[in-house]
Write a protein that binds this ligand. Structure first.
Ligand SMILES: Nc1ncnc2c1ncn2[C@@H]1O[C@H](COP(=O)(O)OP(=O)(O)O)[C@@H](O)[C@H]1O
Ligand SMILES: [Mg+2]
Length: 257
């Protein structure tokens, strides 16, 4: 083997340029065949390294976002849930709403796909390297409470303020005390007209007064959330029970036979 070639391989290993190392032979062949200049050859080789960096960056963004699962739009059966417009959801994945600092609220009963859709949009954002974070409302409040007890609420709020997209899942499943509602309000107020937030809830806005145990705070929260927001009201069956009903229907058919 040619000495320079061996030295170049060693250099690439030393510099941890693995992709350039892996693609070195095919690139040399390509360059010889097509008579590429030194600059074009270097561009071709470094592009392999950049492509991998991009892939790893996206992976890291998705990991940091802490999604509950990696379900995407392509995994959502829009025929099963006709009250959800595919075009509208696809439009969200262009991230136009993030540029315009708008919110999205998914409203609907359990199992209709709120978390799935919120996550899908979040994944689309993370893939475009938009800082995204997913958290359940209950965990978010526990986090803020802990920070307050440790005298670092301001820092924590600032932390949550920095995400270009924050997904707050499951508002309304658990009651929120008046004190906690104030913490939640501070977070919403900090992000208002500054960052986009996706919220999911099984509770109609009318009942938020009860959930937050203070109608005034609930109103202040809703006011800010809904000022620039699209509300997707999902009216339909639970996907979780889909197969259950199917088998029930089947057994009914069996009985009728
Ligand atoms: N229309 C759908 N197509 C495919 N999977 C769905 C659909 N709706 C819900 N699911 C799946 O059903 C389960 C429950 O959905 P989820 O989004 O968690 O419901 P919600 O948050 O509204 O309670 C998840 O595993 C989700 O991926
Ligand atoms: Mg959910």
């Amino acid at each position: 083997m040619n000495n320079s070639y061996v030295k170049l391989k060693e250099n690439l290993t030393y510099l941890k340029l693995n992709q350039m190392d892996i693609h070195l032979n095919e690139t040399i062949d390509f360059i010889n065949r097509n008579d590429l200049s030194f600059v074009d050859a270097l561009i071709k080789l470094t592009d392999y390294e950049i492509d991998m960096k991009e892939i790893n960056m996206v992976k890291a963004m998705v990991k940091v976002a802490a999604f509950p699962h990696l379900k995407e739009i392509k995994d959502f059966d829009f025929e099963f849930q006709p009250s959800v417009s595919k075009e509208q959801i696809l439009d969200f994945t262009t991230l136009r709403f993030i540029e315009q600092k708008e919110n999205i609220v998914f409203l609907g009963s359990s199992g209709v796909g709120k978390t799935h859709l919120a996550t899908s949009i979040g994944i689309a954002a993370a893939k475009k390297r938009t800082s995204t974070y997913f958290i359940k409302c209950h965990d978010l409040i526990l986090n803020l409470k802990k920070a307050q007890a440790e005298n670092r609420l301001e820092t924590r709020l600032k932390h949550y303020r920095k995400y270009k997209l924050l997904i707050i899942d499951e508002i309304g499943y658990l009651p929120i005390s008046e004190e906690d509602a104030k913490l939640f309000f501070q977070l919403i107020d900090m992000r208002y007209e500054f960052r986009s937030t996706i919220l999911t809830t099984n509770a109609s806005f009318k009942s938020w007064g009860e959930i937050f145990q203070d109608p005034k705070i609930a109103n202040a929260i809703l006011d800010r959330v809904l000022h620039h927001a699209t509300v997707i009201n999902i009216v339909g069956d639970s996907y979780r029970l889909k197969n259950h009903f199917k088998s029930e229907e089947k057994s009914k058919v069996d009985i009728l036979k």
